[in-house]
Ligand binder design. Structure first.
Ligand SMILES: Cc1cc2nc3c(=O)[nH]c(=O)nc-3n(C[C@H](O)[C@H](O)[C@H](O)COP(=O)(O)O)c2cc1C
Length: 225
């Protein structure tokens, strides 16, 4: 798979096959993704990787925690989105919801079914490998951007092994439960989780292509024809 195909075929995968991932591959991906660039080569990423029994034990704790909670309204440590949302960003987020829930056949007004789907985040969409990505709280926007670079390097490299991923900021809402389990040091903050596995590409949750703005909408050219 070349780099163009790796980027083009990456999706945020929300349904995984019941197929284990070779642990050597996971370690290789985590190491190779660290070739991502970072300002001053600070390499701001910290990764916690879970699989097997620890992942199952953690998911059990989470199921108990969210049984009577709507985590969509649980406050994260950092503001995931601006409040209020505005302009094109608001529209795109809404469109994303329409596309995802539409593909799953979940009615816009079916609040209960939407919540059930959202809660699948906290099962890592049944992926066999789960990551948490944290960053030192003293680092700033530049280093948060670098962490995003690491996450994307990982997502693209995963395609090289035929694997799928889903970055999950939803986990930031359960930062306390995550922190207690993986023992995040107090100087680190949870940015997001990430599901890794072999995607069920035929599943409705994965059966759509998210749109993108046209080049002229986000790029201003100077000196180009
Ligand atoms: C940092 C980050 C956090 C995200 N968090 C979630 C999440 O919590 N749950 C989820 O289902 N998708 C999550 N996504 C996936 C986005 O919804 C997705 O990237 C976007 O809709 C574009 O679709 P695509 O990734 O399939 O191209 C996240 C993506 C990024 C980059």
């Amino acid at each position: 798979m070349d780099v163009f195909e790796a980027i083009d075929s990456r999706i945020s995968c929300r349904a995984f096959l019941d197929r284990p991932v070779d642990q050597k591959i996971v370690r290789d991906l985590l190491q190779r993704a660290a070739r991502a660039a970072s300002g001053g080569n600070l390499q701001s990423w910290n990764v916690y990787a879970l699989t097997g029994a620890p992942l199952a034990a953690f998911k059990k704790i989470v199921v108990g925690r969210i049984a009577n909670e709507d985590p969509r309204h649980t406050k994260s440590e950092y503001p995931i989105y601006p409040d209020p949302m505005f302009g094109a960003y608001k529209e795109r987020r809404e469109d994303h919801g329409i596309q995802l829930y539409g593909s799953l056949g979940i009615d816009r007004n079916d609040a209960a079914a939407r919540l059930v789907q959202y809660k699948k985040n906290f099962e890592f969409f049944d992926a066999p490998v789960a990551l948490f990505l944290t960053i030192d709280r003293r680092l700033g926007p530049g280093q948060w951007a670098d962490l995003g670079g690491y996450i994307h390097a990982l997502a693209f490299l995963a395609r090289g092994y035929g694997l799928d991923t889903c970055p999950q900021e939803a986990w930031a809402r359960l930062y306390d439960t995550v922190g207690d389990f993986i023992k995040i040091p107090s100087n680190q903050m949870l940015f997001c989780g990430m599901a890794i596995g072999y995607g069920d590409r035929k599943h409705k949750a994965n059966d759509f292509r998210s749109p993108r703005a046209e080049l002229h909408e986000f790029c201003t050219f100077f000196g180009f024809d």
